[in-house]
Design a protein around this ligand. Structure first.
Ligand code: SF4
Length: 479
């Protein structure tokens, strides 16, 4: 999503992309099956928690406190991480983050890095930036590996290959994975086994890893990853050098706050009571894990989001994807239709704020405003209210000469009785626009009924009635 040369090149044409996507029956089946399963699992584990609403409120309060004092928490985090032997780097945008990571890799003389799943590195286009400098990044998360081998793009925050079924995954492995067994079946265990064998060699050879983080603890300078497969833990512990690329909004104040988020996150994201692997690492420990730990703290538009009183709540997001899994628009259009790193309801409010609403003007409209996303969000982000605000911004950001002229004319007509009476004489012409009319009127009338204007206006009726009454009484009054 960089504003630099790499990722963000155009305003995504969501309506067209969505129209194309809904015609793909296989895609719709894959997404519906996966989102229905996760949705049901989430609902059942959330129902077990009598204090779920209190947990949500606490999560919201912790994140709001972080956002209100972000400068202080960031400095606290930096000091604590430095004290434990990590090196901390600051990146204003995607280009800066990519060049920091690239030069750190180049300093080691390595040409290959292993990577754990990270939405932020997708956002900044890190893999491509490394590739341009002759460095290969190997994704180690199973779904990210499927995406990488398939020369594809992620379409979901937690399950990036949600649009692929197992038959398609088998085909990709047979085609692209040099050590895939020739008799590979589409049984999920066989597919997982093939990827495990393929990745194990890479893990053991790697000298360098790049990771993201779910949380960064200001009090201790620690980073946290919650995951299901254990691949991130391999990335965090096996290589000599670890580079963690972290968004500045990932902070939580204290270690104790994990108690809240490690309950909210797994139940909301994968419908599990807890993640199978929760890794916490702090700086460098001699004889244990990487000898060098670099932390790259990335802004890339986040401080702009922070400035907006309504929109800043998007920075509370813990990337659980619960809002995607319940969204009727996401379920039908799929993640690629959004044309951005973050799809679904969170993408519709985060992307326009990160890149500027004029560069993602259709995304705030990619919603039915049903409110289900708000209901399931573990940190209570009021997505519909941010969407409505961004719709307003999006309309304001563009010039609408015809609309502006129409409203200016209406304002003039409404200023006085004479003008309004004169304007009403043209009301019957509205019937020509009932179904159609020239653009941009047709955009409105093609999907909405414009009622027929009445034959007589209220004023005509009033004048007629009163003139008749006065005539009957013979007093010749005025209207
Ligand atoms: S907006 Fe809420 S529900 Fe959606 S991904 Fe973020 S935390 Fe999860």
């Amino acid at each position: 999503m960089s504003h630099g040369e790499t990722i963000w090149t155009e305003d995504p044409p969501f309506p067209k992309n969505a129209r194309d996507a809904v015609e793909n029956a296989q895609l719709r089946r894959n997404i519906r099956k996966a989102t229905t399963t996760i949705r049901e699992r989430r609902a059942s584990v959330v129902a077990e928690m009598p204090d779920w609403q209190a947990l949500r409120e606490t999560g919201q309060a912790i994140k709001d406190d972080v956002l209100a004092h972000l400068d202080r928490y960031l400095e606290q985090f930096e000091q604590a991480a430095l004290a434990r032997g990590a090196e901390v780097h600051w990146a204003r945008d995607a280009d800066e983050a990519n060049s920091i990571v690239t030069s750190l890799v180049q300093q080691t003389g390595e040409h290959e890095v292993i990577k754990s799943k990270s939405m932020l590195t997708e956002e900044i286009g890190l893999d491509d930036a490394l590739q341009k400098r002759g460095i290969t990044a190997i994704e180690t998360d199973l779904a990210e590996l499927i995406i990488q081998l398939g020369h594809d793009r992620p379409s979901h925050i937690v399950v990036p290959a949600i649009h692929r079924n197992r038959a398609e995954v088998r085909e990709i492995f047979l085609r692209e994975m040099e050590d895939a067994p020739a008799d590979l079946s589409d049984d999920p265990h066989a597919l997982a086994d093939a990827s495990r064998r393929h990745l194990r060699r890479k893990f053991l050879q790697a000298k360098l890893a790049v990771s993201g983080a779910n949380f960064a603890i200001a009090q201790t300078g620690s980073l946290v990853i919650a995951e299901s497969e254990g691949n991130a833990r391999m990335c965090l512990t096996l290589p000599e050098t670890l580079i963690s690329v972290v968004g500045i909004e990932k902070l939580v104040p204290t270690f104790r706050d994990l108690e809240v988020f490690l309950q909210l996150l797994p139940r909301s994201s994968t419908g599990e009571r807890m993640n199978p692997y929760n890794s916490v690492w702090t700086g460098v420990t001699p004889g244990d894990g990487p000898r060098q730990v670099h932390i790259v703290l990335v802004d890339n538009g986040r401080t702009n989001v922070l400035r907006d009183e309504v929109g800043r709540q998007a920075l509370r997001c813990i990337r659980c994807a619960a809002c995607l899994n319940v969204c009727p628009v996401y379920e039908r259009a799929g993640g690629h239709a959004y044309g951005a790193t973050y799809p679904g309801p969170i993408g519709a409010i985060l992307t326009p704020q990160l890149v500027g609403v004029e560069h993602a003007s259709k995304l705030p409209f990619a919603s039915s405003l049903c409110g289900y996303c708000y209901e399931v969000c573990p940190v209570k982000i009021n997505i519909p209210s941010v969407l409505v605000k961004l719709r307003h911004d999006s309309v304001r950001a563009k010039k609408h000469p015809a609309e502006d002229a129409a409203f200016a004319a209406a304002a003039t007509a409404m200023k006085g009785r004479r003008g309004w009476t004169a304007a009403l004489r043209f009301a019957p012409l509205l019937r020509f626009f009932r179904r159609g009319g020239p653009p941009p009127i047709a955009q409105w009338t093609s999907v909405r009924d414009l009622p027929d204007p009445p034959k007589h206006s209220f004023r005509d009726w009033w004048v007629k009635e009163h003139t008749a009454q006065h005539a009957e009484r013979g007093d010749g009054g005025s209207s």
